[in-house]
Design a protein around this ligand. Structure first.
Ligand code: SER
Length: 391
């Protein structure tokens, strides 16, 4: 099953159960939102979870692109991506979590053909603020799926305040031997789907109150599920990354973690630029700048003559088409190349300035301030140049 097929199967399954498809938003949250990027499928739906009627009704399904910088350092392993897509469903004060879990289980087993013996669930076991999620526990037990009870791992919130609630996660076993241990005890259990019983709101004083309606918010990681269904060890081996893994290794021979980082960050940078962000020293533009500079640093560590100008047009096309951002290919390439030139000039200036004798010993805070304010050299870059790396 290729990625487009996974999306189609998911969306149609929920359409058959009365859900209307909403158009996924871009990576940019609406004005007034305090976060830089959309981090989950439910993010753009927050007002509706809090009670505002949604124009398409109480049962929704969508595909939402998300960006999480918290995972930046984990990129390079087999499941983490910077930009990823979440298949999501919502019951806005309509059906309950038990029904959501039952549908989810049926879809994984009957729709996607996953061996039921390879599934494990986790459920909120209760803490000092909220009792255990007995409904989810019972539903999984009735279906013969083993359950692990946890506390904070099964409480979902999008930040210190706002909508939140207990969640139940579904894991698929990806080991070569029969399943062992529980999801928190063996990382070969890969989390694919999270069902959040979004019933509460956390106030600024830390207290929990009930939302005006009881919602269910679910999110299923598209790339992870696809990897599982295609029997691949990593998301980078799925059809979504096929053009990248076919072209990049011959262009730039790299070790496996570096190859993954380069492909993930470049693909993410293309999508971010496709959504209208330009590199800068603050906010979203800074996240983009970091992505591009991490790529260049990785490439140049081996061979400083490498350039993003060599990236095949096919990679831009494939990525922008997938995310419905067609028509931007030329301008996205121009933004990347401009950023490469800027970074090259900055590194040259940095090397020149740091070769002055006054910087030959240890650097003081005053030196860092001077290098930043007078020469535009950020601390990270200075540290990298002095440590032999360029970031
Ligand atoms: N909000 C939940 C998550 O991000 C489910 O959509 O995992």
């Amino acid at each position: 099953m290729d990625t487009e097929n996974v999306i189609h199967t998911f969306v149609e399954y929920f359409r058959d159960r009365g859900h209307r498809r909403i158009t996924g938003s871009t990576l940019l949250p609406p004005p007034g939102d305090s976060v830089l990027f959309t981090t989950s499928g439910m993010h753009p739906l927050t007002p509706y979870v809090e009670g505002r009627p949604h124009p398409l009704g109480r049962r929704l399904v969508n595909v939402q692109r998300c960006l999480r910088t918290t995972d930046l350092d984990e990129v390079g392993d087999s499941t983490h991506l910077t930009v990823f897509e979440m298949l999501g469903t919502w019951s806005l004060g309509d059906y309950d979590g038990d029904r959501s879990i039952a549908w989810g289980h049926d879809l994984l087993v009957d729709g996607f053909g996953i061996d039921p013996g390879l599934l494990h669930a986790t459920v909120f076991g209760g803490d000092e603020h909220c009792g255990p999620d007995t409904g989810s526990l019972r539903t999984w037990e009735e279906r013969g799926v083993p359950v692990e009870l946890t506390a904070e791992e099964n409480w979902w919130s999008n930040g210190p305040t706002g909508p939140c609630g207990p969640d139940s996660e579904i894991f698929v076993w990806t080991g070569d031997t029969p399943p062992r241990s529980t999801p928190t005890g063996d990382e070969r259990w890969v989390e694919v789907w999270n069902h959040v019983m979004m019933r509460y709101r956390r106030g600024a004083d830390g207290s929990l109150s009930l939302l005006p309606q009881s919602n269910v918010d679910t999110g299923l990681g598209l790339e992870r599920l696809t990897a599982v269904l295609q029997g691949k060890r990593s998301v980078f081996e799925t059809d979504l990354f096929e053009p990248w893994m076919r072209t990049v290794p011959s262009l730039w021979p790299l070790d496996e973690p570096s190859l993954r980082l380069v492909c993930d960050h470049l693909r993410s940078a293309i999508v971010v630029i496709g959504d209208g962000v330009l590199p800068s020293n603050t906010g979203r533009g800074y996240v983009l700048r970091r992505l591009v500079r991490r790529v260049l640093t990785t490439l140049w560590r081996v061979d400083p003559s490498r350039t993003l100008g060599d990236l095949p047009g096919e990679l831009f096309q494939h990525t922008l088409d997938h995310f419905g951002q067609c028509g931007h290919t030329g301008s996205v390439r121009t933004v990347l190349l401009d950023e490469e030139r800027r970074f090259t000039r900055l590194l040259e200036r940095g090397r020149r300035v740091l070769s002055q004798s006054r910087f030959s010993g240890g650097l003081t805070e005053e030196d860092y301030g001077y290098l930043h304010d007078t020469h535009g050299l950020p601390r990270d870059l200075v540290l990298g140049l002095r440590g032999g790396t360029q970031e």
